[in-house]
Ligand binder design. Structure first.
Ligand SMILES: [Zn+2]
Length: 495
């Protein structure tokens, strides 16, 4: 059965129905930049962006807020990082230096890289650095509400906990003004005044409307910001989405404490690299959107995500599947331009675009054919410059050996009598005139029949002579791409 609708359009309908009179809808997402922001995080971003686009396509105003949760503490040293960073544990990730760029903070370095890769695939968001928001005391009024209703919050959280929270639990942590770490203890809270002491010996009182030393704990911070930003939609990873997980409690806290209805929510599943490696942002060897973009054109990269529902886990392939994915995308584009798409396919194509969808087909060479063109040193059509770069990167970094070849100028292999006979026939056919790929392909089988050689043996013999391998790209296409004159010259060396 053909699916009629696209999930992001359905979500947009839900958002509008829930808030019929809102002038501008707010869709949000965000993460803690505790290391390289990887392609798994990209799923969250694009899930949000697709809903923003769906709202805009319904002629609604929509804003995309992307929060960098960079006032979160530096928890542990990632494997790839020097142990010298031990001294920064407990400080906000926005306050420690980047190991890669001394002019940037640890957080900002990773944030900028990710922001740049988003703009390449047409994603625009209002990036909000939470360290700045917190330092400017933007949330002080809501923090007051959270502190005043501390007991109610504890009741909500305790419903889902095995061990109840300690009696003196508060939804905030204080960063010490002197050592910048959060190894602090709150002594008293009176109205907007907090007294604290730190393991470093520092002890002080401050007004949290004037000094941004407060960090709100995640389970309260999330709903608090829904209220502050007026969030109507936010996706969450499968880890936040389990019963009693942070979405469950955020939903209750949002409504009961901050008087804001929880946003429309979808959860998304993880993605994997073909080969089964799961992403986790705490390891250094993650694949970034930039690395995926070395192999996938922006539209095809979007297509990978757009064509899946968020709750479906899927793999990003770097092996031969890349060829098939490009073919699928090209076929969809052709169908779209010929107006043969169903409503769901139409949306998938439109939402895969970085800019406005094309009205006419721009003739593009297939990824598969470019593999041959590049390795036979042929001129690349102007329209295919970008795609050709991707093919080159793919050949260099990911392609299996059997996809790589070098055209031979001398015959370097031994041939059996029958093989020689078949190759002679091939040479004569090429000499006799021009052939289309299909005609040539059919002639291969006639040669085999005439000579009494198996198809496999014939194909292998030709590949061995031309590229010194037993397998290769589609043979007729390969011969025509290299140029029949070159092939004839090669075959004439046969004795
Ligand atoms: Zn301290």
């Amino acid at each position: 059965m053909v699916e009629k609708f696209y999930w992001a359009d359905e979500i947009a309908d839900q958002i509008i129905k829930k808030n019929p009179n809102k002038k501008q809808y707010v869709c949000a997402s965000g993460i803690t930049p505790s290391g390289t922001v990887h392609i798994g995080n990209f799923r969250e971003v694009i899930t949000t962006e697709l809903v923003v686009r769906a709202l805009k396509d319904k002629k609604k105003k929509a804003r995309f807020i992307y929060s960098w949760d960079d006032y979160d503490r530096f928890r542990k040293i990632p494997e790839w990082l020097s142990k010298d960073y031990e001294k920064y544990i407990g400080m906000p990730v926005s306050e420690i230096p980047s190991p890669f760029d001394k002019n940037k903070s640890y957080a900002r370095y990773f944030e900028e890289k990710f922001e740049n890769s988003l703009s390449e695939v047409g994603i625009k968001a209002d990036f909000v650095q939470q360290n700045i928001m917190n330092k400017k005391c933007k949330y002080s009024k809501l923090i007051k509400i959270g502190l005043d209703k501390r007991k109610e919050i504890m009741n909500i959280l305790n419903k889902y906990r095995k061990e109840p929270l300690a009696k003196d639990w508060v939804p905030i942590v204080i960063y010490c003004e002197k050592c910048k770490k959060d190894f602090t203890k709150i002594i008293s809270i009176k109205n907007y005044e907090i007294e604290y002491e730190c393991v470093c010996g520092h002890k002080d009182k401050f007004d949290y409307r004037k000094k941004g030393l407060v960090s709100v704990k995640w389970r309260v911070d999330w709903p608090m910001r829904w209220k502050y930003e007026g969030v109507n939609f936010e996706p969450g990873g499968i880890d936040h989405s389990v019963q009693g997980g942070s979405f469950t409690t955020a939903k209750e806290i949002s409504k009961q404490i901050f008087d804001w209805p929880a946003p429309v929510y979808v959860f998304y599943d993880w993605i994997k690299l073909k080969g089964g490696k799961e992403f986790a942002s705490s390891t250094g060897n993650d694949i970034t959107p930039k690395q995926v973009g070395e192999v996938y054109e922006p539209e095809v990269l979007r297509y990978l995500f757009v064509s899946q529902k968020p709750k479906t886990g899927f793999q990003i392939s770097f092996d031969n599947d890349v060829i098939k994915i490009y073919e699928d995308y090209d076929a969809l584009e052709k169908k779209y331009c010929e107006k043969k798409v169903n409503p769901r396919e139409k949306r998938i194509y439109e939402l895969s675009q970085v800019d406005k969808p094309k009205k006419k087909i721009v003739k593009k060479t297939s990824f598969r054919h470019l593999i041959t063109l590049i390795q036979t040193n042929k001129k690349i059509p102007l329209n295919d410059k970008i795609r050709a770069e991707k093919v080159k990167n793919w050949l260099e970094k990911y392609a299996r050996e059997d996809m790589k070849f070098e055209v031979q100028t001398k015959i370097n292999v031994k041939l059996e009598k029958k093989e020689k006979l078949a190759l002679l026939k091939l040479k004569n056919i090429l000499k006799a005139g021009e052939h289309s790929e299909e005609e040539l392909f059919n002639m291969f089988y006639e040669i085999c029949k005439d000579v009494g050689i198996s198809n496999t043996q014939f194909f292998q013999a030709v590949y061995r002579v031309i590229i010194n391998k037993e397998k290769g790209p589609r043979l007729a296409n390969l011969i025509l791409t290299i140029g029949k004159d070159k092939i004839i010259k090669l075959l004439e060396q046969m004795k």
